[in-house]
Design a protein around this ligand. Sequence first.
Ligand code: HAS
Ligand code: HEM
Ligand code: CU
Length: 573
Amino acid sequence: PLYSPHAARETPVISDAAYLASLKKVTQYYIVTAFLALLIGVLIGPLQALNYGGINVYDTPILKALLKSYYQGLSLHGVLNALVFTQFFISGWMLYLPARDLGMRINMKFAWFTYLLMTAGLLLAAVPLLTNNATLLYTFYPPMEGSPLFYIGAAVMVGSSLLVVGQVVAMWVAWKRANPGRVTPLVAFMCVATWMMWAVAALGIVIEVVFLLIPWSLGWVGGVDPLISKTLFWWTGHAIVYFWVLPAYIAWYAFLPHHAGGRIVSEPLVRLTFVMFLLNSTPVGLHHQYADPNISVAWKTMHMFLTFLVAIPSLLTAFSVGAALEDAARARGGRGLFGWMLRLPWGKPTFSAPVLAMVSFILGGAGGIVNASSAFAPVVHNTAWIPGHFHITVGTATTLTFMGISLWLIPHLTGKRMPSVRLASAAVWTWFVGMMVFALGMHWQGLVGVPRRALVSATAQSVYRDMPIQIPQMLTAISGMILLVSALLYFYVLFRMLLSRRLDDGEAASPLPYSEVISPAGQHLAGASALVRFTEPLLALWGVALLLVLLMYGPVLARLAANAELVPGWRLY
Ligand code: HAS
Ligand code: HEM
Ligand code: CU
C-alpha cells in the first residue's frame, strides 16, 4: 500500500442478497426521481438566462402554449430544482449510506412507504403548479395565495423526509445499543448529524404550512400574517441550504480523496465540523430579512454574527479537503507550491465533478459572506446578484457534486456501467464553465441594480436601455446556452447508463469508494480523544441545537405574534 496503515473502511457484509437488492432498489428510485425533476427544472433555466440576457422568448407560440407566464416557469424551476431534486436525492443517498456503513438491517416496508408518500406529496403539489394554480415561486410568501393542494402536497413531501430522519436515527440508536462503547463510523456519523440538523430546521416550514397556510388556503381562517409566515419560512430556509450542501460535503470528505488517490485528513475534525453545523445552521435565518419591519436590529445583528460563525465549519472543510487533495497529488509525484494541482486526475468525471463543485463554492461562499454583512446586504438584496450566488452554491456545489456521485452510485446500485467517460467529463466541465460565466453575468448585473425575479427583457426599452449592462447581459445569455448543452450531455449519459444492460450486482465492479484516513477517530470511545468523545453523543447535541433555535427565534416570533395582522390572500397570476 502507498500510504499509512489506516486502510479504507470495509463495508460490513450484508449476506441477505434479496434484502440488499431491495435496499439498492429503493435508493435507485429516490435518485432517479430526483434527476427526472432536475431534467424538467433545468430545461427552464436557459430561458431565464436569455431573459437576463435581454432576450424575451416568452412571447413565442411554443412557450405561450407551455407556460402561462414567466413566473409559472420560474416557480417550476425553483421548486423542481431546489426543493424536489435535492430532497429526493438526499433521501436516497443518506438512507443508503448509513444503512451500509453500519451494516444494520432497516425495515424495507417502511422505506418504500416513505418513498411512495414523498412521491405522492410531489404529485399532489405538481398538479396546481402545472395548471398555474400555484405560481408562487419556491418561497410561496403569503399573502400570495395558491391552491390548497400545493400546500398539502408540500407538507406531505417535506413531512416524508422527517420519516427518513426517524428511520436513520432509529437505525443509529439500535447500532449504538448493539455496539456499546464503539465510535460511530464516519460516514454514518455525518449522515445522522445532517438528518438531525434537518429535523430542527424543518420545524419552521412545517409549522408555517400546517398551522398557517393550509387552514388559510382552505378558507378556515380569514387571513394570514405575512411576516410571521416569512420568518418561519426562513427558520427553515437558511438551514435548508446546509441540508443541500452537507450531503455533498459527505462525498467531499469520504469519497473524493479515494477518487483523487489520497486520504481523508482527520476524522475528529470532520466530526467537529458536522457538530458545528448541527448546532449553528438554523439560528441565522434573519439574514434573509434585514429589510423586514418589526424585527429589531439587535436580533438581526445577532443572526448576522451567528452567520459568520457558521461559515467556520465550511472554512474547516475547505482547508481539510484541500489538504486531502494535496496529499493525493503529492503521492502521485506532484511538486511545487501550486504545481501539484496538475497531478490530479482532471479527466476523471467522478473526480472533476466534486472538485469543480468545490472550486465554485469558494466564490459562492465568499459571496454568501457579502450577503450576510448587513452593510452590504442592501446593495445586493433582491438583485440579480442573489441568483448569481445560489447557482454556484446549490446550482453547482450541490448539483454538480450530485451529478458526479451519480456516475459511480448508479453503477454501484444497478450493476450497469457508465457509457462514456469522455461525454461525462464534457458534461462536468461545461457545467462548471457555464455556471462560472452565469455567476459573473448575474453578480455583475446585480451590482448595477438589475432586480431578480423579473421579466427584465420585456421592460428593457424603458428601464434598462441606458444602464451599462450589455456585457454582463451577453455573458448571461451565453452561459445559458453552455448550460443547456451541458445538461443535454449529462442526461444523455445518465439515461444511456440507466437503460443499458445490468451486468452484475455492482458490489465488486463499483464498490462504495471509501477513502483511507491519516488520523482516524479510533474504534472505541475508551481510548479516543476528547474531541471524539465530545462529538459522539449526537442525541444530546440535537437537544442543544433545538434549544439554541428556540432562544434565537422565540423572542422574535413572540413580538411578531403580539403584533399579528391577518390579511386576506392575493392571486397575482
Ligand atoms: Fe446563501 C441567499 C448567505 C451558503 C443558497 N443562499 C441564498 C439563496 C440560496 C442560497 C438558494 O446572508 C437565495 C434565497 C432566496 O431565494 O431568497 N449563504 C450565505 C452564507 C453562506 C451561504 C454566509 N447559500 C449557501 C449555500 C447554499 C446557499 C451552501 C446552497 C447550497 N445566502 C446568504 C445570504 C442570503 C443568501 C445572506 C440572502 C441574500 C438576500 O439578500 O436575499 C455560507 O455558508 C458560505 C460558507 C462557505 C465558504 C466557502 C468554503 C469553501 C469550500 C470549498 C473549498 C474548495 C477546495 C477545492 C478546497 C466559506 C468548502 C480546491 C481545489 C483544488 C484544485 C486544490
Ligand atoms: C432562478 C437560470 C439551474 C435553482 C434562476 C434564474 C435564472 C436561472 C436566470 C433567475 C430568475 C429570476 O430571478 O427571475 C438557470 C440556468 C440553469 C439553472 C441557466 C442551468 C441550466 C439551476 C439549478 C438549480 C437552480 C441546477 C438548483 C438545483 C434556482 C432557484 C431559482 C433560480 C432556486 C430562484 C427562483 C426564484 O427566485 O423563485 N435560474 N438555472 N437553477 N434557479 Fe436556476
Ligand atoms: Cu441564508
